[in-house]
Design a protein around this ligand. Structure first.
Ligand code: ADP
Ligand code: MG
Length: 485
């Protein structure tokens, strides 16, 4: 492991709490719908409104998703976990408590690992998870400034959440963002969360502290509800600088909950942090312990799709791809499927990978296109790569063919013909061009023969130009060397 990079002599320590909204149709303890965007309070039933006499009933789909997550991160699935009441007052919480898990969560331990770029190096990082527990979301206060009133919308009350808590293992905002992206990939890949950050389906709280290397953990401040990767990075960077400034000015950091304001780029204290003791947690008498038999876990395991890290390993073993490529290509199921289909179509996995991570990604980023809407099919890309390997076209010509495919101009061979991109492999034709260029550039020939190898460039360039870029570069080189002795 490389030593962590220090900021002004301080080590940064970050731990994450992430709320992933589970992709069930109904709420965690009631049958009301969780669909986003409905009229206020049209999706809140008696249980969600906390009417007296109502009782929560566990949604089995939420439990199943928690099991899937646990299996996806190599965690222990508790055979028996407990729901607890977390007591606090807030207008959007009519029960006066949130049902969550405290002492015994359903998912225990586990880890998330990923690659990240540090300077020119690719570093492998593993973040240990502490736990993931099931809980319900609260409602929402709506402040209607134009009528000077606030209202409560309980549609979100009872929405199933999985709160995923890490150990304080991250050492920079870059690591934190890479972790959050990897976690986002895992939950969307498994399909337990739609990952929509704008709608709040995946929101992160970043706990940040700084310390001198080797010192005990510093006091943390928790940045709440980060709902974009960009803001996450900005918020943590600002917070780290702020804490260091405070300490350097002789102030102690006070534990607090803070909010990031994207308009000012600053974090601001919301409230001083309450401790677990303030919530008076106790087991919810309305819900029995959550019991998960091993047979249930086994069934879920057998029905789960191949996980991204397992798939990446397979890409390394079966296609001889570097680990970095394999990781990049398993960023989404669609990317992985596109790669596998392309590799099969051309029989050249590494070239397929290079093209997808290079030209294809570039065009996708520039055009706001994703793997689902990509205009070039895997079969077409495969056919294009096959034409490079059988020497029909050069790499630079291939990029022109790719443009043609992107613009829906036809199939690979038709585009090669239409654009006249066939590589000249015919020795006689190449020699004729070379002789012409040599005769026209006697000075370069002299210089090369006198030992100036750079003079060769002055010959290859005009040859490629005379062939309209269609000469086979390897062959040109070989013939040229022969002619120049
Ligand atoms: P809560 O915030 O609900 O009280 P915890 O005390 O378990 O919960 O911690 C929440 C998160 O804060 C965890 O992700 C943990 O890794 C992280 N954390 C704990 N101590 C520190 C610290 N000194 N600096 C940075 N992160 C920390
Ligand atoms: Mg917290």
């Amino acid at each position: 492991m490389t030593a962590p990079k220090l900021v002004q002599g301080y080590e940064v320590v970050i731990g994450f709490e992430t709320h992933a909204q589970l992709s069930t149709k109904s709420k965690i303890f009631s049958r009301a719908s969780v669909a986003f965007g409905a009229e206020p309070n049209t999706q809140a039933c008696a249980v969600d409104m906390a009417l007296p006499g109502t009782l929560p009933v566990m949604n089995i789909g939420a439990v199943e998703r928690a099991i899937e997550f646990g299996l996806g991160v190599n965690a222990h699935i508790a055979e028996r976990s407990i729901f607890a009441r977390k007591n606090y007052f807030y207008p959007d919480l009519p029960k006066g408590y949130q049902i969550s898990q405290f002492e015994i969560p359903v998912v225990q331990g586990g880890e998330v690992s990923f690659f990240l770029e540090v300077g020119k190096e690719t570093v492998h990082k593993t973040v240990r998870l502490e736990r993931a527990h099931l809980e319900e979301d609260a409602g929402k206060s709506l402040h209607e400034d134009f009528i000077g009133q606030s209202g409560i919308d309980l549609n979100r009350a009872g929405t199933p959440l999985l709160e995923i808590v890490t150990q304080p293992d991250m050492r920079s905002s870059d690591e934190a963002v890479a972790y959050a992206k990897e976690l986002h990939k895992i939950v969307t890949w498994i399909g337990i969360c739609d990952g929509n950050m704008q709608e709040g389906s995946f929101r992160c709280d970043a706990n940040v502290s700084v310390r001198k290397p080797g010192a005990a953990l510093g006091t943390r401040r928790e940045i709440k509800n980060l709902n974009s990767f960009k803001f996450m990075q900005q918020a943590i960077d600002y917070e780290v600088r702020w804490q260091i400034d405070q300490i350097e000015d002789g102030h102690a950091i006070e534990q607090a909950t803070v909010l990031f304001d994207p308009d000012t780029g600053e974090t601001r204290a919301m409230r001083t942090k309450e401790d677990a003791a303030d919530y008076r947690y106790f087991p919810d008498p309305d819900l029995p312990p959550l019991v998960i038999g091993r047979d249930w876990v086994e069934r879920v395991k057998s029905e789960m799709a191949e996980l991204p890290r397992v798939m990446a390993e397979r890409f390394v073993n079966d296609y001889a791809l570097p680990e970095y490529d394999a990781t990049q290509l398993t960023q989404s199921k669609a990317a992985a499927a596109y790669f596998e289909a392309t590799a099969k179509a051309c029989g050249q996995p590494k070239l397929a990978s290079n093209w997808i991570m290079g030209e294809v990604s570039r065009r996708m980023n520039a055009g706001d296109v994703n793997f689902e809407t990509l205009p070039v099919s895997a079969a077409q890309l495969g056919a294009l790569i096959a034409r490079i390997t059988d020497n029909t076209i050069s790499n630079s010509a291939a990029r022109q063919v790719f443009d043609g495919l992107w613009n829906q101009e036809g199939e690979v061979d038709a585009i090669i013909d239409a654009k006249g991109l066939k590589q000249i492999n015919d020795t006689g034709a190449l020699e004729a061009i070379i002789d012409e260029v040599l005769a026209a550039n006697p000075k370069n020939v002299e210089e090369f023969k006198a030992g100036n190898t750079k003079a060769l460039n002055g010959l290859v360039g005009p040859i490629m130009k005379a062939s309209k870029g269609k000469a086979n570069p390897a062959q040109v080189n070989e013939l040229l060397m022969k002619k120049l002795g």
